[in-house]
Design a protein around this ligand. Structure first.
Ligand code: FMN
Ligand code: EPS
Length: 387
């Protein structure tokens, strides 16, 4: 079984993750994880913090000579900004608790609900952990999973479909390589260059207005074998697990598998994917509206997950709030903030989808070393072709 935990505050010394259950012998480099961490830091519309950080991973356990050993893998990303916060964030009595106190909860953030739930007078005790800074650790973890998937013939691709009112025009059936190339050339990870220009204008306008923007990204997984997940229990369904993982990203408020909400508005003949068979391909579909999952089980077509991100809660023209202490109405606090972080969230989306698929692979095929797992997956792929 694959599992992980992350720990760390946004302005604490570091983010840490422990991954348990990763097979032995998986080749992994710091450089590959750092590349994904850099992608997560990118995107037009991010705030000043990203100029301070240059995320780099360290392996503290479980990796030796460029390969996993089968022991728990500890990953760490240092927060450079900690140098500016060490007094405020100190764990002992030396902590300066009187500075940067936050008592005006921001609508849309975890501030108010978190402060009430954990009985804090200072919202900082909540926002430090609710911050999406934590997603750096999840991207590091997800990259480990992504490496495993690549060894097993599964490729993950993410791209941005919408920012604010601007929607990208993306041809159906565009080949994975072309999509990847176009998204890779765009700072917003948007495969439609014209839309990207309009998105940038909209982000500039939002910044000028002291406002923020959300959007939609899509994650696809190619090469997923038939049979991941199961119809037999709600919590074993692959679509349920993917939706939970993607919804678990800060600010994600909607998740669709395949046609998703679109499937509610049209008749079944325009939703379900007809089944074909040929000797060389075995069973296949000419459409993929189901997003590669039926009955909670992967059906061999690409897995397609879309996510809606709400606009960033911290506004430079803050919304009305109430001071926790005085109960007086005030404008909410303004922490330094992103205006739009949809491309960054998309990279996190790739990571969490990679994680869930890798976990489902390990669950179905088992094995303690990469060789063992690979052999089992290859045998299954052969068997499926013969059905
Ligand atoms: C990559 C990324 C960057 C984010 N940056 C900010 C930010 O700079 N300021 C902010 O207020 N919220 C930011 N958020 C959103 C908040 O973390 C999120 O809204 C908050 O934790 C409350 O959780 P919820 O929106 O899921 O309810 C970001 C989210 C992501 C995924
Ligand atoms: C630090 C990151 O994102 C942060 C997410 C975030 C939030 O409230 O979610 C608030 C901001 O934090 P800060 O106040 O330190 O600038 C973002 O910069 C990151 O993505 O690495």
């Amino acid at each position: 079984m694959l599992r992980f935990l992350t720990a760390g505050e946004s302005h604490g010394p570091a983010l840490t993750a422990i991954v348990e259950g990763m097979v032995a012998g998986l080749p992994i480099t710091r450089e590959y994880i750092n590349e994904q961490l850099a992608r997560r830091q990118g995107g037009y519309g991010r705030g000043g913090r990203m100029k301070i950080e240059k995320d780099q991973v360290q392996f503290l356990s479980g990796v030796r000579g460029g390969r996993t050993t089968g022991s728990p893998v500890t990953l760490q990303v240092i927060n450079k900004d900690w140098a500016n916060w060490s007094e405020i964030m100190a764990p002992g009595p030396e902590a300066n608790l009187n500075e940067r106190v936050v008592t005006r909860p921001r609508p849309g953030h975890a501030d108010l609900a978190g402060a009430i739930k954990y009985n804090h007078d200072d919202v900082r005790n909540v926002l430090e952990r609710s911050s999406a800074r934590e997603t750096a650790a999840r991207v590091a973890v997800g990259t480990l999973a992504r490496c495993l998937l690549e060894e097993l013939g599964v490729e993950i691709l993410g791209f941005v479909r919408r920012i604010g009112s601007v929607e990208a025009m993306i041809e159906e059936n565009l080949a994975m390589e072309e999509l990847q190339k176009r998204a890779g050339q765009s700072q917003l990870l948007c495969p439609d260059q014209q839309a990207e220009e309009a998105m940038i204008k909209e982000i500039d306008q939002a910044r000028k207005n002291g406002d923020s923007l959300g959007g939609v990204f899509e994650i696809r997984a190619y090469g997923v074998p038939v049979g991941l997940g199961s119809h037999v229990h709600w919590d074993r369904k692959l679509d349920s697990r993917l939706a939970g993982a993607v919804m678990g990203i800060q600010a994600i408020k909607g998740v669709e598998i395949g046609l998703g909400f679109g499937s509610a508005a049209v008749p079944g003949s325009q939703v379900h994917d007809e089944i074909h068979h040929s000797p060389d391909r075995g069973f296949y579909r000419s459409t993929n509206r189901a997003g590669g999952i039926e009955g909670g089980i992967s059906n061999g077509e690409p897995v397609v997950v879309k996510a809606a991100m709400k606009p960033i809660p911290t506004l430079y023209k803050p919304l009305l709030s109430v001071d926790l202490k005085t109960k007086e109405p005030f404008a909410a606090s303004v922490e330094r903030s992103d205006v739009c972080a949809v491309p960054a969230a998309c990279v996190v989306g790739e990571a969490v989808v990679a994680w869930e698929l890798a976990a489902a692979m390990v669950e179905k095929f088992g094995g303690d070393s990469l060789e063992e797992l690979k052999e089992r997956v290859n045998r299954w792929r052969q068997l499926v072709r013969q059905v």
